[in-house]
Design a binder for this molecule. Structure first.
Ligand code: ATP
Ligand code: MG
Length: 351
């Protein structure tokens, strides 16, 4: 297969981790007989420095004409007082590419369970949750305003927006354990009442084979922190998903391990690690590239339909971890650790 991937290295550790991920993609291409063409895209802080714009039209166009987009990370303290924000590049990309669904799997690698605050529960029951977060609606995009004594933000969802994210969650559940928990605040919010009724309707009409239950967001937070193994797929709104996906990922022990996908109804999707640009360790060959490498696995599966290739990456990552190789963020106390490039190479070699 011919694949055209736009790569946004971005800022901080972004260039190092995308470099390591490309090593793994190249190995996949040579083992499975594919051809990958990369187009490098300048966005975020790097683009502010170079063009005075976090996402110039020319750079956006490169993403739009690719089959898929791989993003390292954007942002950093360097641009804190800049007139344009590096993160604006992400919002612009999501909007231009129509990416309304954000998929964040939190999967625990058994040999790393000792790094988690929930050690006992995780060692016994494991953890494999997929958070499906609505990405383009809700309070982050509603009407907002303020006057002298008050301020407001409107949470608003349409039937259509809820239907399409619900469908995405049920479809994902079919390839997993077949259980969806929809999270809302329907005891208080009108928008949540609509959310709940539409998600239920989509399940009854189109996905009777998938189990659906509903949970209030406060209870969901408590359940994730105390008994996470009960969950398979969680589908929720933009803001609740923002909060709950950070919670589900942090209990696995390291943000350096977890991938994400942002999807629309057609490609390209955008794939990126859940962590940020980690300016504190940038340029030191210290960053863990596994989150980015697993994001490539999601890309191969979701944008290109290459499930075996995706599994080959996941197996290689697990194999390298089980053999005891560690980057500094997941290292055992006094044992030595390896760098970004070495981890990338080991995983590539393992495919
Ligand atoms: P953002 O606002 O972009 O989410 P942030 O400041 O919230 O960024 P990160 O950039 O994700 O957070 O960094 C948080 C901490 O985690 C930092 O100490 C960073 O060094 C560490 N970290 C982040 N990503 C990695 C990685 N891939 N490998 C090792 N450590 C990482
Ligand atoms: Mg952050």
């Amino acid at each position: 297969m011919q694949m055209h991937i736009a790569v946004i290295p971005g800022d901080g550790i972004g260039p190092e981790i995308t470099q390591a991920a490309k090593m793994v993609l190249d190995k996949i291409a040579s083992v499975f007989g594919h051809e990958i063409a990369y187009t490098e895209v300048c966005a975020g802080g790097a683009a502010i420095d170079r063009f005075g714009d976090p996402l110039p039209a020319e750079e956006l166009k490169k993403c739009q004409s690719a089959d898929s987009v791989l993003l390292g990370a954007v942002g950093g303290p360097k641009w804190d007082s800049a007139p344009r924000r590096p993160e604006d590049a992400l919002l612009a990309l999501r909007k231009a590419l129509g990416l309304y669904a954000n998929l964040r799997p939190a999967l625990l690698t058994p040999c790393l369970a000792q790094a988690s605050p929930l050690k006992q529960e995780l060692v016994q029951n494991g953890l494999d949750i997929l958070v499906v977060r609505e990405l383009t609606g809700g309070i982050y995009f509603g009407k907002r305003g303020k006057d002298a004594v008050s301020a407001f933000d409107v949470e608003q969802y349409s039937d259509f927006e809820i239907e399409r994210i619900a469908r995405r969650a049920f479809l994902s559940a079919r390839g997993r354990k077949g259980c969806v928990v929809s999270v809302d605040k329907a005891n208080v919010l009108e928008s949540s009442k609509l959310w709940r009724s539409i998600v239920s309707r989509v399940q009854q009409e189109e996905f009777p084979d998938v189990a659906l239950s509903h949970m209030y967001v406060d209870n969901a937070a408590m359940q994730i922190a105390t008994n996470p193994s009960q969950f398979d797929v969680i589908v929720t709104t933009n803001m609740f998903g923002d909060i709950l996906s950070d919670l589900t990922s942090v209990i696995t022990g390291s943000i350096g391990l977890l991938p994400s996908a942002s999807l629309g109804d057609s490609s390209p999707g955008m794939y990126e690690p859940i962590h940020g640009s980690a300016p504190d360790i940038a340029g030191e060959n210290k960053a863990n590239p596994i989150a980015t490498i697993l994001s490539c696995a999601m890309m191969l599966k979701l944008d290109f339909g290459l499930a075996s290739e995706a599994e080959a990456i996941e197996r290689a990552v697990n194999g390298v971890l089980e053999d005891g190789w560690r980057t500094f963020d997941i290292k055992d106390n006094d044992k030595p650790y390896i760098g970004t490039a070495e981890m990338g190479r080991l995983i590539a070699d393992c495919i």
